[in-house]
Design a protein around this ligand. Structure first.
Ligand SMILES: [Mg+2]
Length: 405
């Protein structure tokens, strides 16, 4: 097996919504395809990956540094004893001549390639990725149908909604409830207690018994922190997400010491180094808090397994791991690695919303996909961004044919 080319396309999301930290109208994401010389059932085998949303595309890092480095590696060094692509070996090749620390955007570029190689690997094995990941992690995968927990993420701020903001929020939460989610997360601003209480009460009413979690994206105003947390505790929200800036472990530890509410954080930490600091200094509680490290923003599956091991050695359970991302690769990882919950954008009209086309959610659980690989081909609106990466003629492709995207 040989990799012929790796193509990246930075796509505009152009979604008219925002959270307390960023807007998505100018947000971008990377679509990636790893094209091989393998043919199965008459079709060329391609590994795909699509970015996590919220940290912009990584085309520059991929095209300038990491794609050429992988294509320059000896093909044999990227294969395991069975002659199949070995994503862990590929990540080792990608990280050659890279200094420790200062992780920045690098983990997301490496993690995207890792994700595409896992899709490729699972397709070569003709197995769904979650089964392959279960085996990689030394877990025994169920023989037949397997389901995993999922929660709905919605309730962003919509510029232009004005006074109808609460009506729109209620409709989104109702739609998520109707879609089968039993836990639903909404966005709050973190700067005004009355506004945030109003949004949370509307969401709780619309959720009709489902749990409601709230996310302030690191923007909870320190001046109202204490009163805000007490108010949220009275509403019994499922969890408070990112109450402190992602790297402010001292503040996070003080918040954890002062509230009974579960806290969730970690989506903006991209390495074992950073996750270990969260474990050591964040003051989080294994009996209630949630760790949201994003697998493909954090060097990929191998690094994530090291992170899991560090937390498990400190008494944490896998049920506490709820990866940020909302995409299909993360769903496969949650199902295969036995993690707590998958985050899913509950608006299935978004290319990055929902699960595979037609996948049903019942009482907060979804069935794991049994198609080979991640199953991007089973989500039409997303696959439209991936398929064009491999439509050009590959017969003359060489290792130098990198699409400038
Ligand atoms: Mg969040």
């Amino acid at each position: 097996m040989k990799i012929l080319a790796i193509d990246e396309q930075t796509v505009p999301l152009a979604a008219p919504m925002r959270n307390a930290s960023v807007a998505y109208d100018t947000m971008t994401a990377s679509a990636l395809a790893v094209v091989t010389d393998c043919v199965m059932n008459g079709e060329r085998v391609v590994g795909y990956a699509f970015d996590s949303i919220g940290r912009y595309g990584k085309g520059g890092l991929l095209r300038d540094r990491f794609i050429p480095r992988l294509l320059a590696a000896s093909p044999g060094a990227l294969l395991d004893a069975r002659g199949l692509i070995d994503p862990d070996a590929a990540v080792a090749a990608l990280m050659e001549n890279e200094k420790d620390g200062g992780h920045g955007e690098r983990p997301g570029a490496v993690g995207l390639i890792d994700a595409a190689l896992w899709d490729l690997r699972a397709k070569l094995e003709a197995r769904p990725l979650w089964r392959v990941l279960a085996e990689r992690a030394g877990r025994r995968a169920p023989g037949q149908a397997h389901a995993f927990d999922v929660y709905g993420s919605c309730g962003h701020f919509r510029p232009g909604r004005g006074t109808a903001e609460l009506d729109g929020l209620a409709r989104e939460v109702q739609a998520a409830r109707s879609a089968g989610f039993s836990t639903i997360k909404i966005k709050l601003g973190g700067s005004n207690i009355d506004d945030d209480l109003a949004r949370t009460r509307v969401a709780l009413a619309a959720a009709e018994g489902a749990r409601v979690a709230v996310d302030v994206n690191g923007k909870l105003d320190a001046a109202i922190e204490s009163a805000w947390l007490q108010a949220m505790a009275r509403l019994d929200v499922a969890w408070v997400e990112e109450p402190a800036s992602p790297l402010d472990f001292l503040r996070l530890s003080k918040i954890a010491a002062g509230t009974p509410l579960p806290l969730a954080t970690g989506e903006n930490l991209f390495s074992l180094d950073d996750a270990r600091n969260l474990l050591r200094y964040g003051g989080l509680r294994p009996d209630r808090d949630l760790i949201q490290i994003d697998i493909s923003l954090s060097y990929g599956v191998g690094e994530y397994l090291h992170i899991l091991a560090e937390f498990e050695a400190a008494g944490w359970k896998r049920a506490a791991f709820v990866p940020h991302a909302g995409h299909l690769f993360a769903a496969q990882a949650v199902a295969g690695l036995g993690l707590g919950m998958h985050e899913s954008a509950s608006d299935v009209s978004l290319p990055f919303g929902g699960l595979w086309d037609g996948a049903a959610i019942a009482t907060g659980r979804a069935a794991a996909c049994e198609a080979p690989g991640v199953g991007f081909e089973l989500k039409n609106s997303l696959f439209q961004w991936l398929k064009p990466l491999v439509t050009r003629d590959r017969d003359s492709a060489s290792v130098a044919s990198i699409n400038a995207g």
